[in-house]
Design a protein around this ligand. Structure first.
Ligand SMILES: [Ca+2]
Ligand SMILES: [Ca+2]
Length: 181
């Protein structure tokens, strides 16, 4: 498979996850809705520090995404534009700047006992709130947990996420995190 096709297929799947209201466009409202669903699923009080951090992180994700993929005049990003722009922009620094706060906030939200570590039950619960089937979340967890000790750290999550966004190797483990090739 040509390298660019590997990336485009991954990003098309990721687009579907970000298109929270499933209307075929990714918008600022999708990111706000994503934050709300994650918070509701976690049972997190909406005014807590974790909740504020999560909403800020998703808003940051949207703003930095539109620097890579300009939204149209209605503030919408199409799947084709999303996949094409991200496939052409694998600069690790820009990708890290875009996704790191979101991953940190997701991890903090999933980490119910605040020990800095997420176990597979916590991870599956987090993603169930945005409609990810348990089997798919379980597979993603196994991929993210690089050393296989059943505990997901921020470093493991970031490393695999960067692989997802930048690797053109169709067999890279990072491809399996909620964005199947
Ligand atoms: Ca949408
Ligand atoms: Ca681990």
């Amino acid at each position: 498979m040509p390298e660019n096709d590997v990336l485009r297929r991954k990003f098309a799947h990721r687009f579907d996850l970000l298109d929270t209201d499933r209307d075929g466009y990714v918008t600022e409202a999708d990111f706000a809705e994503l934050a709300d669903r994650l918070l509701e699923g976690a049972g997190e009080p909406t005014s807590s520090p974790k909740a504020r951090a999560l909403r800020d992180a998703k808003a940051h994700y949207w703003r930095t995404l539109t620097e890579l993929v300009p939204a149209d005049h209605s503030g919408r990003i199409t799947k084709d534009a999303f996949a094409a722009a991200l496939a052409g922009s694998t600069d690790p620094q820009r990708i890290s700047h875009m996704v790191r706060p979101s991953i940190e906030a997701d991890l903090a939200l999933a980490d119910r006992n605040d020990d800095g570590i997420v176990d597979s039950d916590e991870f599956i619960t987090l993603y169930a709130s945005i409609g990810v089937p348990a089997a798919e979340a379980q597979e993603a967890f196994r991929t993210l947990d690089r050393d296989g000790d059943g505990r997901l750290t921020l470093d493991e999550w970031l490393k695999t996420a960067m692989e997802f966004f930048t690797s053109t190797d169709p067999t890279a483990p990072g491809n399996r995190i909620l964005g199947r090739v």
